[in-house]
Design a protein around this ligand. Sequence first.
Ligand code: ADP
Length: 538
Amino acid sequence: MGSMYQTGLNKQTANYSSLTPLSFLQRSAYIFPDKTAVIDDDMVLSYSNLYRRCSSMASALAAKGITAGDTVSILCFNTHELLESHYSIPMAGAVLNALNTRLDANALAFILGHADSRILFYDTEFEPLVQQVVTAMAQPPLLVAIARLAGAPSSSSTLLYEDLLASGDPECSWSKVADEWDAIALNYTSGTTGEPKGVVYHHRGAYLAALSNTMAFNMTADTVYLWTLPMFHCNGWCYPWAVTAVGGTHICLRKVQAELVLDRITNHRVTHMCGAPVVLNMLLDNFRKHAATLSMPVKFALGGAAPPSPVIGRAQQIGFQITHLYGLTESYGPSALCVWQDDWQDLPPEELALKMSRQGVGLLGIDELNVGRLDGGGYVPFDGQTLGELLIRGNTLMKGYLKNEAGTREAFKDGWFHTGDLAVVHPDGYIEIKDRAKDIIISGGENISSQEIEEVLYRHPLVLEAAVVALADEKWGEVPCAFIALRDSPQVITDEEIIAFCKANMASFKAPKRVVFGELPKTSTGKIRKNILRDSLA
Ligand code: ADP
């Protein structure tokens, strides 16, 4: 840079500060002190109240000896305590570790031990589980019980969340993080491919991811956001920070049940919500049963698993406006977005849904997405055909895995983050994920995308949900096996009819060779657990 651009002033507090999403709450509380920030079953909080509660808890945590770099964990549903923890814990300089509510005692004890967690906030609905966890640990964290709807803790000496909060100072002067690269959150992967890995997020990434998400999802101060996506999953794709940044209203939700969701949508005039395709499909099924549509449009950010285009098509008909997001825990949730192009509006609905089911292009916080050749070296051509591994670089990628330097280096080798997802690039530069590397089916040397078969199965009117996995086969190596949950219907259908339907709609060698009917196992975020289906075939 030429010297005339050296202004003689180095970076200083007046023109340079560490980026942190904590400033979002401070700002919204200043601008909208009386505006409703949170609606929960037992509490409605204005922005000023939310800020004061978070400040109180931050000072109470400090009084308990929590300092910079300590981990504080929380096991609870999408209630205001979990939302508050996204601010209070980092305001105390500590790292938020939100736990998956579906984990068993062993997995929770592993995580709390691995994270050196100092305090565990927990909803008393999990009392027996938490007691098991504590018994399994040599040095358990201090327990703080959230006793709201589901009673009191088993021991009267257990500290209560509300008491701890009340012991703090709502006027405390907490200090913003000194270095934006410091950790703000720790999220464990599901561990379906080995021990769970602790993914470390930094303040800078959380700030940028939250802002990118507000833009990707067109959020404003009028946003009423329904918490259908678990906040423990990649910090709810950073929406606890994003909704607060725009001064929107958070609608908490303890359990994701169709009736409850629809009730909240109507009663609180919800404008935005997020979820996996399975969650959206569950809502659509409910609308279908009641022959209902939405009375006003709701924006739905769909992601976490590949959305079959028929689900997108049906959702648009009911009145959901779909934003398709792709991402992983390591990328703070969303890292790709299927950006809308004006000339798509004239497409017939099915063709449009196909365009929208592609994962698209990088979100604002991402510098570059690319698809690396599987045979090593270089990137795949923009032909919509050649399969490679999706690679990402940018500012909303994790700091690394906790206590796992080798794993961190491996994930970031050659200057890219390696997603483990297989994708193609279309001539318009939009990427499309075809499968997770471990889900692709290799039959007679040909790659068959399980998602391509699922896409066809979802077009069948009797199919509610479908998942395709590899079945070992002597002749072909692997062949596709389809697991199908059917809609409630008096009509019956056989496996031969399903296979014939697939053959009529795709290259016949790709059609499933076996069909299994029944309910499909899901993760807490609504992803179908293909590993369990695969194991059931072994
Ligand atoms: P896990 O599913 O292992 O619990 P993640 O939430 O990190 O953990 O899952 C990320 C994975 O989910 C991605 O690597 C990808 O395979 C899948 N995924 C997420 N969003 C999409 C999407 N929009 N389309 C296709 N696959 C997706």
